[in-house]
Design a protein. Structure first.
Length: 49
C-alpha cells in the first residue's frame, strides 16, 4: 500500500493546458521515481532511454 502524501503549497502548479504538474519538491517528498517521465523528476529518469 502506498503512503498518502499531503499536498502542500509549492508541490504543484497548473500548466497552461490545465494539467497539474508536480514539482521537484513533491517528488523528493514522495521519495521514489514512478518512471512516468515527469517534467521535474529529481531522480534522473528519462523515458526516452
Amino acid at each position: 500500500m502506498k503512503k498518502i502524501i499531503p499536498i502542500e503549497e509549492g508541490d504543484f502548479y497548473w500548466t497552461p493546458e490545465g494539467y497539474r504538474c508536480f514539482t521537484e519538491q513533491y517528488h523528493l517528498k514522495r521519495g521514489y521515481c514512478c518512471e512516468s517521465g515527469c517534467r521535474h523528476c529529481p531522480y534522473g529518469y528519462n523515458k526516452k532511454n
